[in-house]
Design a binder for this molecule. Structure first.
Ligand SMILES: Cc1cc2nc3c(=O)[nH]c(=O)nc-3n(C[C@H](O)[C@H](O)[C@H](O)COP(=O)(O)OP(=O)(O)OC[C@H]3O[C@@H](n4cnc5c(N)ncnc54)[C@H](O)[C@@H]3O)c2cc1C
Length: 576
């Protein structure tokens, strides 16, 4: 096993990881900083895939109070209000930093102000963007800045375990597999940032990048940390549906299409959203996803089993200009978005749940910090489109500063718990020790997981289905544990990595199902057919999950209304 040491170790190179690296470097240029990532820096993760844009209260008439209230009401009163406040206030600082220090070009109005477009669930058009490929602009500029500094990179290094200090409740480093050689690597660090971006890729239809498999959340659980809001999995209503033969199926068609006035049509080419919400297609993602799923269950489906999105009534030329990237993506799959109909289906997009954390990004494990989609509590039951990349960049920057301060105050290279490293290696080695089983066993486990999570832990849930899902997950894991690897060459052994991906996904799926079973109401992304009411908002509680005694412990914890209570608003009555 190779060993390295660094002051600050950052896992992941999305918006959270790269902002953390830059802010830590700025705060303490003398510290050694290492970014370790499963893919290539700047080329992987979901921040790069951001299409629609970035929510921030910039324009006259908008305010941080309005952005905050949209976030709290969209999150059905479950967000941690101090985290949400930090999001909306620091988003302003961060967008100026992106433009003026990092060099991002966002679209502008003729008068030179930044153009902000409509996204669903917002009372003001506040989404800053670069066409419909905003993430590429953000990540390219961030990566250039990281490359230009003395920040070490460990690319194609997959984190497999957060290693605690020997005999002490603190982090001491991270165990990796160097994917290029298959070798184990221990990186000892004074502070570690978990920014691996969650990623609900356990569902039949999903949007996140293939490198995301909930590894960070699984590692956090194993190290004893609690995760909150894990039942809250956001389905984006409009995933492309181009048949099972293409990975384009499930990839997202951005919310701006509905924001701009796009229509959803059933198999008879009739609009149906009026049956579900007065805001029609501009209702929040949870409502639109449920509406589409209900149409699907009623059998009013397109040839591939979804519904249609139609933009042609807005003028094909206008659509082609405003949504160039989307139009090209649809054309690649044989659809004419500007002038025709495109088949869509709800697709698992984002996890509102994640590691419990404080506004300075610290966690219950000293020395371990968390930011971005791995962190829970900012969005509650529903993330507004445009609040995701704001979340990762805002809290990434905060984490970078906090880690620099932590290292100065309490940082030490702590002796790693070698027993934990041995156990983690033994777990990763498991498929090498098995006799190779029938070709396709891992693929069958993946298919079974997709189906189970989509059917029983998806958009509409009930107790019987969730209990069946828990039993099903055990069965899938048993099959996976019995599967061996035909190829024992470790260099770029992607079947081995698939096996590890599935292990993480099953571990986290179990927590999602347990949390969904514990929440006996319906809020935002979580809808229980057997408990369809939201319940009293004043008594709002969030789920807090941890591994315990070979199972999952779920506690219901009251939401602290630190800034505003249900029924109140930070906006005066005249401005609501
Ligand atoms: C298609 C799509 C469109 C989106 N559009 C928008 C939008 O318009 N507006 C918006 O606000 N949000 C949008 N989002 C959500 C947004 O992308 C995320 O909220 C945000 O970018 C997450 O940032 P992050 O830094 O937490 O994670 P990511 O950017 O996903 O980065 C995670 C990083 O962790 C690495 N990693 C994963 N596992 C490991 C491991 N085991 N070891 C080491 N490294 C690991 C990955 O390789 C990656 O580098 C979109 C998401 C998708 C998928």
């Amino acid at each position: 096993m190779r060993e390295h040491a660094t002051d600050i170790l950052i896992l992941g190179s999305g918006g959270a990881g790269l902002f953390a690296a830059l802010h830590a470097h700025q705060a303490a240029p003398g510290l050694s900083i290492t970014v370790a990532v499963k893919g290539l820096l700047g080329k992987c993760g979901c921040t790069r895939m951001v299409q629609g844009g970035y929510n921030v209260a910039l324009a006259a008439g908008d305010s941080i109070e309005r952005h905050f209230m949209d976030t709290i009401e969209g999150g059905k009163w479950l967000p941690d209000q101090d985290l949400a406040w930090k999001l909306v206030t620091l988003a302003i600082e961060r967008i100026h930093e992106l433009e003026n220090e990092l060099g991002c070009f966002f679209d502008r109005n003729p008068d030179g102000t930044v153009h902000q477009k409509a996204f669903a669930g917002q009372t003001f058009d506040r989404t800053v963007h670069k066409g419909d490929l905003t993430g590429i602009e953000i990540i390219n500029r961030l990566a250039e800045q990281v490359w230009a500094r003395d920040i070490k990179r460990l690319e194609e290094h997959r984190a497999v375990e957060l290693v605690k200090a020997r005999g002490e409740e603190a982090v001491s480093g991270v165990l990796f597999v160097d994917m290029r050689s298959g070798e184990y690597v221990l990186v000892r660090a004074k502070a570690v940032l978990l920014a691996t971006g969650g990623g609900p890729t356990m569902y039949r239809y999903h949007t996140p990048s293939g490198d995301k498999s909930c590894d960070g959340l699984a590692m956090a659980l194993r190290t004893g940390l609690r995760l909150r809001d894990m039942e809250m999995v956001q389905f984006h209503p409009t995933g492309l549906l181009a048949g099972a033969h293409t990975r384009m199926t499930g990839t997202v068609l951005e919310e701006g299409l509905r924001g701009a006035g796009g229509w959803l049509l059933d198999a008879n080419r009739e609009r149906f959203m009026h049956k579900y919400d007065p805001k029609l297609e501009r209702a929040t993602r949870d409502i639109v996803s449920r509406a589409i799923f209900s149409e699907m269950r009623a059998g009013r489906v397109t040839p591939n089993g979804g519904v249609y999105i139609s933009m042609a009534h807005l003028g094909p030329e206008k659509v082609a200009k405003a949504f160039k990237g989307m139009v090209e993506r649809c054309a690649d799959s044989g659809f004419d978005l500007a002038g025709g109909l495109v088949e869509v289906v709800p697709t698992a997009h984002y996890m509102m749940g994640g590691v419990e954390f404080a506004p300075d990004c610290s966690t219950a494990l000293p020395g371990l910090f968390v930011a971005g989609e791995d962190a829970g509590g900012v969005h509650g039951a529903n993330r507004l489109g445009g609040n995701g990349v704001a979340n990762s960049t805002v809290f990434g920057g905060v984490a970078g500063e906090s880690m620099a301060a932590w290292v100065a105050a309490e940082g030490a290279l702590r002796e790693p718990d070698r027993g934990q490293i041995d156990a983690a290696q033994a777990r990763c080695e498991r498929p090498f020790a098995k006799k190779a089983v029938a070709h396709g066993a891992i693929e069958s486990a993946r298919e079974a997981l997709y189906e189970l999570m989509w059917d029983k832990v998806g958009i509409i849930r009930d107790a019987a289905g969730l209990r069946a899902a828990l039993a099903g997950l055990d069965a899938i894991e048993t099959d996976l544990d019995a599967a061996g690897l035909a190829d024992h060459n470790r260099a770029f052994n992607l079947t081995w990595h698939d096996w590890m991906n599935l292990k993480s996904l099953i571990e986290v799926s179990r927590v999602i199902a347990h949390a969904a079973l514990a929440r006996e109401d319906s809020r935002g992304a979580h809808f229980r057919e057997d408990y369809p009411e939201a319940g009293p908002l004043e008594a709002s509680a969030y789920t807090s999950a941890a591994l315990a005694g070979g199972g999952v412990d779920i506690a219901m914890r009251p939401v602290a209304f630190t800034r505003v209570r249900p029924g109140e608003s930070l906006l005066s009555a005249a401005r609501r």
